[in-house]
Write a protein that binds this ligand. Structure first.
Ligand SMILES: Nc1nc2c(ncn2[C@@H]2O[C@H](COP(=O)(O)OP(=O)(O)OP(=O)(O)O)[C@@H](O)[C@H]2O)c(=O)[nH]1
Ligand SMILES: [Mg+2]
Length: 483
């Protein structure tokens, strides 16, 4: 997310790093580069202007705090201002009021309205314990009803059987009546999109909103983050025409540049409430401006990482792994579980980026997909091993080797290669475990004397072998192919 912007910011900060104090002269170059980076990321020019002025004012007036270098201080100012233009704290819609809350989902064609309707229903059902009714109200593209019904089935939420021959405002009134009878808490209404803002669509949406007026509907507008300033302009038009209570940025998993996220709140005054991050129903996050600012500035996002881990990690698996670890034991099954936990949390890059300081490191490492492909291969090999073999890989010799190779469609060398790497991991985990029990520093296989590394971009990086190296570097300490 916003990789180019992060990289340019990190380059811009080099002018203030190592200075004894922030002055007008030494931030001039930095601010120039920050401005260019923001404009290139398609951030609204007025927002850029105000942002730069605010950062400049805060930086120059800033006293150097003892123990904090001006570079760090500058990044902190950038963080606070970035968070501020995006809205500071997360504001989720208020569902704790009495009666049914209708949520109208609006936006242009193909922005992700129907997908988001399903995601929101799942979120409100599982996290907020609400009884939700999904209502298809797209009379423009009738296939949209079937699309919503399919999603509803997937997440086990009721979908209203709308009569699409009626006008949208009549559909919603009937649906609300039905929902009241069943004592539903929330009604999510998926509306039709259009290629461009047009009068007919706006008229229809106004009618629907008016019909729902006594229920005080929430109106969430879905905007594709990839479309940058276009998303900002369309949101403004929708807001002026029908009154929007929240914005949802969709497709944030794609290589959106950041323009929409950084400008919409400031330009429209409407808060961004959710970000849609993929095609799966659980790919929805609350929009936290402060956390996003941290991610953009490579400060990591430990809170989101912990939440992700809590959502995805199976406690009993984690428990049994910990028990083994405390005993200094590490089995192939433990390794498999670790890999599965990691992939259930997202791509390797997306997880590592949430760790403070990793952003710069990842830029040096480049593409991690070879390491992910390697992980997939390992999983296939492990799936061809018996339970006894996973408990104790040392029994794997001749005929077992052949069987695993055939079963996994790989060569005997590939299986041997995996076992060799696993042996190294086992030693390393054993070392870590004894260190945790007070046994001193572990000796990592093949690692040689320990070297420190600086966390910021440009420091000496620990290698993640298997990842394609962008810059010339030494081979990783853990041998080729080890992730
Ligand atoms: N990568 C990614 N794809 C998404 C996301 N949200 C939606 N999509 C995809 O975008 C396409 C359009 O999504 P829909 O939910 O049908 O969009 P819509 O706004 O309802 O479209 P109309 O009903 O035709 O106006 C589908 O292929 C979705 O799978 C997202 O957050 N990330
Ligand atoms: Mg749709």
């Amino acid at each position: 997310m916003f990789d180019t912007l992060s990289e340019k910011f990190s380059n811009a900060f080099k002018y203030v790093q190592g200075k004894s104090k922030i002055s007008e002269e030494n931030i001039e170059e930095t601010l120039k580069e920050v401005r260019t980076a923001l404009l290139e990321a398609d951030v609204n020019f007025k927002v850029v202007k105000e942002f730069i002025a605010a950062v400049k004012e805060k930086s120059i007036g800033e006293k150097v705090i003892k123990g904090v270098n001006p570079g760090e201080q500058f990044v902190k100012i950038m963080h606070d201002e970035l968070a501020k233009i995006m809205g500071d704290a997360n504001e989720e819609i208020n569902l704790e009021r009495p009666g049914i809350v209708p949520i109208l989902i609006v936006g242009l064609n193909g922005q992700g309205k129907t997908t988001f309707s399903g995601k929101l229903a799942l979120h409100l059902k599982s996290k907020k314990k609400k009884d939700v009714l999904l209502v298809p109200c797209d009379t423009f593209r009738p296939a949209a009803k079937a699309q919503l019904q399919t999603l509803a089935k997937q997440i086990d939420v009721e979908c209203y059987d709308s009569d699409l021959s009626l006008a949208p405002k009549e559909i919603v009134l009937k649906a609300l009546e039905y929902a009241q009878k069943l004592h539903k808490n929330v009604v999510i209404i998926d509306t039709a999109g259009r290629l461009h803002v047009d009068e007919e669509l706006m008229g229809q949406l106004k009618d629907v909103k008016m019909a729902l007026d006594s229920f005080k509907p929430e109106v969430l507008m879905v905007a594709d983050a990839m479309t940058g300033q276009e998303a900002v302009n369309v949101s403004k038009t929708f807001h002026e025409a029908i009154g929007v209570t929240g914005i949802v940025l969709s497709k944030m998993d794609s290589d959106a540049k950041g323009g929409a996220a950084l400008s919409i709140r400031h330009v429209t005054g409407v808060p961004i409430r959710y970000v849609s991050m993929g095609e799966k129903m659980k790919d929805l996050e609350l929009f936290h401006p402060d956390r996003l600012a941290k991610r953009i500035l490579d400060m990591g996002d430990v809170l989101s990482l912990v939440e992700k881990a809590q959502e995805n990690i199976n406690e009993s698996d984690a428990d049994s792994m910990m028990k083994n670890f405390q005993k200094g034991k590490f089995t192939v099954d433990d390794f498999l579980k670790q890999m599965e936990m990691m992939s259930s949390m997202g791509s390797m890059t997306s997880i590592l980026k949430m760790i403070p300081g990793m952003g710069g490191m990842l830029r040096q490492l480049g593409d991690l997909s070879p390491a992910e492909a390697e992980m997939k291969k390992m999983k296939v090999i492990i799936s061809s091993m018996t339970k006894a073999e996973r408990e104790n890989y040392k029994v794997i010799k001749d005929s077992r080797l052949k069987r695993i190779a055939t079963g996994s469609g790989s060569s005997i060398e590939a299986v041997n290669d995996f076992l060799g790497k696993f042996k190294q991991m086992e030693q390393m985990m054993g070392g870590l475990s004894s260190m945790m029990r007070g046994g001193g520093m572990p000796s990592f296989p093949g690692m040689g004397p320990q070297k420190g590394f600086r966390q910021e971009a440009g420091g000496t990086m620990p290698q993640i072998p298997g990842g394609k190296q962008k810059k010339k570097g030494t081979k990783g300490p853990w041998g080729k192919g080890y992730f």
